[in-house]
Design a protein around this ligand. Structure first.
Ligand code: HXC
Length: 515
């Protein structure tokens, strides 16, 4: 038997592959406070379930000194396994091998598991930690990236795709996570940018650190690129697991149900959330958390565009997606960022059969040149479009204001919502009573002996007419006006009623969402 046919040789190869770029580089990774690619997988995947593929693949380029050493696995660990017993495909970039840089063979390994994931209908999880395209390989590594981007796009809406950024992710490499459904970034050790601080300095003369330019905080609060900011890698991996618990394996399945035993569904606390004064803010998360199953609310994009709240939750054990205006932040107004944030979330839920629940308390769209010149028209339309084309069960609860175009946009009956409830505190009108009175009664107010008194009188008249849900209910735009404490019970019944909903969009190649 020659050496290559022996078990001994195989074991030596495996040992070498398990060591990645070697102990020195593993120690360097730990020194930076980072785990290795394998340690991350051990935390993520159910114990004993990981099946590695392509462990002995090596790089092909031999230029620029790459002929001196073969790194088995070539900088990325790929394979499949289970998380909470459910199949997932995963790749984990190994920074200890040539900085986790992407080569031709490396890209092929990722492509292989993505193709399998598509054929077998299971999520793909990417753990990113890479210096980008392997510089020594030139255009071949660019091609490898594009092969991955192409598959990210084809897989979008078919299987859930989740990216965790655990280290550098720069240049064109950012576009794979950008296409995936969710990005999780680790604070202080990960960054994403198209061009780094050096290029920025040359081109714009700005001096900025990697962290400030593209760290977890920047992308969680300013750009919204990161959906979850994790204090460390262990927390990031927990986020992945939690996220998966709300979503199905693919677009043809339903999310897993959790055990639920019906008890008293009344929630008297809800009667106390909305303040007497319609201009006093309150936290919509109090409404959400008092409505859904205990501790089930899992917020997405928590620190970005806080005037809208989106996230997953469970109602009677079933996964739902929540979109809610937040009166505690900018009075819950809709603006560019909040519209985009909510639209993307609505489209994810719709693609993966997750019913939508919408809480409405919105004074309208944010006025101003900044919003208009940055296309609030196009961006606001994204949310309108996303709701309008969503075919999953859709329920709306208006808690207070539903003014103007924002009333239409926020999952109104007119754009296909299935059940619309309103609390007695609701005001469904073209605008607030003061603004409306100033316009339509301008002449009377101007000519009155006491203009201020006249304005108040007209405001009162307008309020009696529209600052309530009865006019909308009289038209059938609201299916039922409910006392807040019955909300949970009503929603459980309504979703049960909608369980077998089938709704098809007109046949088309695809729509043209205002991007
Ligand atoms: C080959 C790379 C590499 C790369 C890092 N290494 N990036 N090798 N191609 N892209 C190697 C280093 O030479 C080094 O090898 C080892 O990985 C670790 O890197 P260090 O620099 O020592 O680590 P650190 O100080 O932590 O810095 C990490 C880093 C830096 C910030 C990522 O390495 C860096 O700036 N790399 C280059 C990034 C880059 O410009 N990539 C190309 C982007 S263009 P040794 O042997 O010394 O340990 C791109 C286009 C994609 O990605 C387009 C897709 C469409």
């Amino acid at each position: 038997m020659n050496e290559k046919n022996s078990l001994n040789y195989l074991n030596k190869q495996k040992e070498q592959a398990l060591l990645g770029g070697g102990q020195v580089r593993i120690d360097a990774q730990h020194k930076k406070g980072k785990l290795t690619a394998r340690e991350r997988l051990n935390l993520l995947i159910d114990k004993g379930s990981f099946q590695e593929m392509g462990m002995l693949v090596t790089h092909r380029s031999r230029d620029f000194g790459l002929d001196k050493q073969n790194f088995l696995g070539d900088g990325v660990i790929t394979g499949y396994g289970t998380i909470s017993g459910r199949l997932v495909y995963v790749f984990s970039q190994d920074f200890t091998v040539l900085g986790g840089s992407l080569s031709e063979a490396y890209a092929e390994k990722i492509v292989k598991i993505m193709d399998l994931a598509m054929k077998n209908g299971a999520p793909v999880i990417g753990l990113n930690d890479s210096g980008g395209a392997r510089i020594q390989e030139g255009v071949v590594s660019l091609g490898g990236y594009a092969d991955i981007f192409y598959r990210n796009t084809l897989a979008s809406g078919v299987i859930p795709q989740i990216s965790a950024i655990m280290g550098p992710c720069a240049g064109g490499a950012v576009y794979s996570p950008a296409i995936t459904d969710f990005n999780i970034m680790v604070e202080n050790s990960s960054y994403m940018f198209v061009t780094g601080p050096n290029v920025v300095k040359t081109v714009t003369h700005e001096e900025v650190s990697s962290e400030d330019l593209g760290g977890a905080s920047a992308h969680s609060t300013k750009s919204g690129v990161s959906h979850f900011s994790a204090a460390n890698e262990v927390v990031a991996i927990d986020y992945i697991k939690r996220l998966l618990s709300y979503v199905p394996q693919n677009c043809e399945e339903l999310a897993p149900d959790f055990d639920y035993e019906a008890t008293n569904e009344l929630r008297p606390e809800l009667n106390k959330v909305v303040p007497e004064n319609p201009n006093t803010p309150y936290d919509i998360k109090d409404v959400i958390c008092n409505t859904v199953d205990k501790e089930s609310f899992f917020e997405v994009n928590k620190e970005f565009a806080e005037n809208i709240v989106v996230g997953f939750a469970r109602l009677a054990g079933k996964s739902i997606g929540i979109v809610a205006n937040q009166p505690a932040f900018l009075a819950g107004v809709l603006d560019i960022h909040s519209s985009k944030k909510a639209a993307r979330f609505v489209r994810f839920c719709d693609a993966f059969n997750i019913p939508l629940l919408v809480f409405v308390d919105v004074p309208g769209f944010l006025p101003g040149t900044d919003q208009e010149w940055n296309a609030i028209i196009t961006n606001g339309a994204k949310l309108l479009y996303a709701f309008s084309e969503a075919t999953v069960p859709r329920i709306t609860v208006i808690t207070r204001k539903a003014y103007g175009g924002a009333y239409d946009v926020m999952n109104s009956k007119h754009i296909g919502a299935d059940m619309n409830f309103a609390w007695p505190s609701s005001e469904i009108a073209v605008m607030g009573a003061k603004g409306a009175s100033e316009i339509i009664f301008r002449k009377e107010i101007k000519e009155a002996d006491n203009s201020e008194e006249m304005l108040l009188q007209k405001e009162e008249e307008y309020k009696n007419m529209f600052a309530n849900p009865y006019s909308a209910a009289g038209r059938g735009y609201i299916d039922e006006i409910i006392e807040p404490q019955y909300t949970r019970e009503k929603l459980i019944r309504a979703y049960k009623m909608l369980e077998n909903k089938v709704d098809n969009l007109p046949k088309k190649k695809h729509g043209n969402i205002p991007l």
